[in-house]
Design a protein. Sequence first.
Length: 289
Amino acid sequence: MSIDRRDFFKVMGVTGVSLVTGNRLSASNAPEEKQEFYGILYDSTRCAGCQGCEFACAQAHGLPAPSFEDLPVAGTERKADETRRTVINAYQTSKGEAYLKRQCMHCNDPACTAACLTKAMLKNPEGPVIWRGNKCMGCRYCMVSCPFDVPKFEYHSPNPKIEKCDMCFDRIREGLMPACAEQCPTEAIVFGTRRELLTEAQRRIHNDPGLYYDHIYGEHEAGGTGYLYLSAVPFEELGLNTNIQKSSYPALTKGFLYAVPSIFVLWPALLLGIHQATKNNNDNEDHDE
């Protein structure tokens, strides 16, 4: 049985009022950025599908090197998992074959951090969303809440971790750029502040409207993301979910969370609602296809 997202949060709001009489519940906006978030602009029109970013990422984080037999092939969806934080996929589009890099989107106001009971998932002031193993209790709520289906759990490990791109946070703090951006031979991956990257993306679209599809994916999706995409074709042709809502997912519930002290009694239901909202987006995308 499916549940409408608006109806779900309406019911939860009524429940909150019954628990705390007289408290006015309202969703808060995404927190203001206290400093410039760093991000990455990925330009699909410049990507050659070489997988250099995959090899650089694996080396930087001590992950298994990609197999030389596991190549991007149109019609086959490769996904990031507990052994790889980023992947390149190939697609047959209306303008020929194109590639797309997938990894954590590093949302401005991440659902995974809002769902994390122990603050193991953390949005740093610099922009990257990281996982801190010493704080994780293994609930996997971050996996349930993510609208991009990013965090992956090491089910077969005796000491399991949540694996996801962290935008090479340690390198950023050392004054270096993420490994994938540093190693990209075609400069399809550009690192900088989110403001700078949006300006650059807009400049490219304006200067070459015949090359680019007139949209920056990630500018507004899910309240804005640290990863921004440019493409020659509509983004659904590259496997991206174009039904993602424009406001952040935590903004729907944050006022309620802070207003109701006994929220932990209702936490599983709230997570179910976030998961259902995400699932409905994915179902809509599959139906559109």
